[in-house]
Design a protein around this ligand. Structure first.
Ligand SMILES: Cc1ncc(COP(=O)(O)O)c(C=O)c1O
Length: 394
């Protein structure tokens, strides 16, 4: 058995201590497994950390995004601009409401939505159907009016919100920020999640903090917060009784065990982000001399990167399967990341997308490889990944 196989590097790991275990056990010993005090303390921790006026915990990032879409008032027949270089949820929440997603390609360095193309798209879509035509999907429902922008902070780095705002403001388009991968990141000194009108975080176990499953909406908008709060709780508005439902709502509530776990995780947030930064720094040192790969780029506007995944790009896309197989054989799991949304089978079927439509997204999709990453990785594990890559690339 060789060195890499012995080291057995996991793809990702949550960072859980006895404090988290004790907090969850304490909830289990009470009668408040749902709608108790921990959800409130978890939400308060987010207001304190990000400076948001409102924080509303939900049971997944996808649920949070869905509630933001509903609370923005976007609906059946609307158009919303988003990015094809993301996890599918950011587009799916539009499809849930029969909104037509209009894709704008990514910019190559960070993989975030390209603000220059975005501005052209908004202008074209707002001025004439002839100009709008080139942004519409090849087939399927083309929707009607452009109602807003759903941007994504990819891999823990905020998109360019000055550019996004410049595109949105002339038409008062609301911006939803999918910050599911970027808790703790900063754009020009401001917290991710608060860079649009509403922002969403997610807490699956590979994220910066975990609640097992969970998500949370932040906003400074009183009305939006009240709507999200109501819709997560079966449409009960403030003052409604248990069986009164002002709106058509959902059960998107977070339970108390998750909130207890999350509250302790939030008390450790700076430590957790620091540990992830340390591992990312080790990777940079370890991989800098491998010519066949490109390392992640941090934009000047990112005043704090909050590492979610570590995605390298192979210079030669055609080698990715061979490299992945060799790494796996050496005990190192990897994932292609992301797989372009417009080329997912259901999207091709519904909207007729073919390869070639969004070249930057497709290029990143072909060359990107997420390598093992968590704040618990050791220097030896990072070195093992480095030596495996060096061995493969000679
Ligand atoms: C960019 C992005 N958006 C949305 C989500 C959805 O979060 P969840 O899995 O909690 O529903 C994720 C989760 O991985 C994500 O990475």
């Amino acid at each position: 058995m060789d060195y890499q196989q012995q080291i057995n590097v996991p793809m990702s790991l949550p960072d859980i201590t006895d404090k988290e275990r004790e907090a969850v056990a304490k909830v289990m010993a009470t009668n408040y497994l749902s709608m108790g005090p921990y959800v409130k303390s978890f939400e308060e921790a987010f207001c304190n950390f990000t400076g948001a006026k409102h924080a509303v915990a939900v049971n997944s990032g996808t649920a949070g995004l869905h509630l933001c879409v509903l609370s923005a008032g976007w609906h059946d027949g609307d158009r919303v601009i988003t990015t094809p270089f993301s996890f599918v949820s950011s587009t799916n929440v539009l499809l849930y409401e029969r909104i037509t997603p209009i894709f704008v390609d990514a910019e190559p360095l960070t993989g975030n939505i390209d603000p220059v193309q975005l501005k052209t798209a908004v202008t074209d879509l707002m001025t004439s159907e002839t100009a709008a035509a080139k942004w519409l999907p090849p087939k399927g429902d083309h929707g009607g009016e452009l109602k807003g922008i759903l941007a994504v902070d990819v891999f823990g780095q905020p998109a360019d919100y000055d550019g996004i705002r410049e595109a949105a403001e002339p038409y008062n388009l609301p911006i939803i920020e999918d910050s599911c991968e970027a808790l703790g990141a900063m754009y020009k000194g401001r917290h991710a999640g608060l860079l649009g009108d509403m922002g969403v975080f997610a807490f699956y176990p590979n994220k910066q903090i975990t609640t097992a499953e969970g998500g949370l909406v932040v906003t400074n908008d009183d009305k939006a917060a009240a709507m999200v709060r109501s819709l997560r709780n079966q449409g009960r508005a403030e003052g409604d009784t248990w069986l009164e439902h002002t709106y058509l709502g959902y059960n998107y509530r977070m339970d108390e065990m998750s909130a207890a776990l999350g509250t302790v995780q939030m008390s450790r947030i700076e430590e957790l982000i620091r540990n992830r930064q340390k591992v990312a720094n080790w990777y940079r040192e370890e991989l800098a001399d491998i010519d066949a790969i490109e390392l992640p780029h941090t934009a000047a506007s990112t005043t704090r990167d909050s590492w979610f995944v570590y995605v390298i790009r192979l210079k030669e896309a055609e080698r990715r399967s061979e490299v992945s197989a060799k790494l796996k054989a050496l005990g190192i799991p990897v994932r292609p990341y992301f797989s372009p949304i417009h080329l997912q089978p259901y999207m091709q079927e519904r909207f007729g997308y073919e390869p070639g439509r969004f070249p930057v997204t497709e290029d990143l999709g072909r060359r990107g490889l997420a390598i093992p990453f968590s704040g618990k990785m050791t220097r030896e594990q990072v070195a093992a990944v480095g030596s495996a890559l060096r061995q493969i690339f000679g």
